[in-house]
Design a protein around this ligand. Structure first.
Ligand code: 6PG
Length: 255
């Protein structure tokens, strides 16, 4: 049995995945605020997490004025553009929770001086996300997706970004059908205290299989970097996406 590194929560599909993810995020934020007086979350884009963000806006007991909302990655597109990860997080979460919007730090990936925008986002990480013992900003909770091609964040197959260890935010050139982007790098992703990986649908199965294999190449399947995450990893999936995979620390069918 090949298994995914972490706990696999197998839902009945996108709707239940959204509910489970929203609940896990809310729990992590409440705990962080209790423990440290503040919390930080990094949001991925794509389609899968939108339902979770909309439900998160309705979760109770979160002191949003103490939550720092940042992004895992962003496309080079205006914040009002349908391609923008910020646009969808705003529509589903920030517009419904003004306190969250007030502490959100948008990744300005559309700026012509992308390198400067990346450096400025690193400053935002320093200011808003307390470092762990290794000095790396450690998000309390990070939402990741897995692309059908095996990417995660904006770490794409065949591109060098997955190798970067000397910075926390990187520019990504437009190539292979994706636009230019900014992305958190592997160190920041792997130091998150809790990671929720959302992947539903049969189109994710091959990528998840490649992540689950004991041996593989992160350059071919960058989502394999999740295997190196130091915090707790939850794979919030459905049966179509995981097929016969199970979690290293167990698999919980939530059907
Ligand atoms: C992005 C995302 C990206 C996403 C995957 C999965 O900007 O595209 O951050 O990494 O998580 O592409 O997207 P879906 O959830 O739409 O399958």
């Amino acid at each position: 049995m090949i298994s995914l590194p972490g706990e696999v929560l197998t839902t009945t599909g996108a709707a239940q995945a959204a509910t489970v993810a929203s609940s896990k995020i809310a729990e992590a934020l409440r705990s962080a605020i209790l423990l440290r007086g503040a919390a930080s979350i990094a949001l991925s884009g794509g389609n899968t997490p939108r339902g979770a963000y909309a439900q998160l806006a309705r979760e109770s007991g979160i002191e949003w004025a103490k939550v720092n909302v940042l992004w895992v990655d962003e496309r080079s597109a205006p914040p009002t553009d349908d391609r923008s990860n910020y646009r969808w997080a705003k529509a589903t979460l920030l517009d419904a929770v003004p306190a969250a919007a007030s502490r959100a730090v948008r990744m300005e990936a559309e700026r012509p001086d992308a390198q400067q925008a990346a450096l400025e986002y690193e400053q935002a990480l320093r200011a808003r996300v307390p470092p762990d013992a290794k000095g790396v900003p450690a998000f309390d909770v990070m939402v990741l997706g897995v692309g059908d091609d095996g990417h995660t964040a904006s770490l794409f197959p065949g591109e060098p970004t997955v190798d970067l260890q000397d910075r926390w935010v990187a520019t990504v050139e437009a190539r292979g059908g994706h636009e230019a982007r900014l992305t958190l790098t592997v160190p920041v992703i792997q130091h998150a205290r809790q990671v929720l990986v959302l992947a539903v649908g049969v189109q994710k199965r091959d990528a998840l299989r490649r992540v689950s294999e004991e041996r593989g190449d992160v350059h071919a399947t960058p989502a394999r970097i999740i295997r190196g995450c130091l915090g707790k990893v939850f794979w919030i999936v459905d049966a179509d996406a995981v097929g016969v995979l199970a979690g290293a620390s167990g698999s919980t069918p939530l059907a």
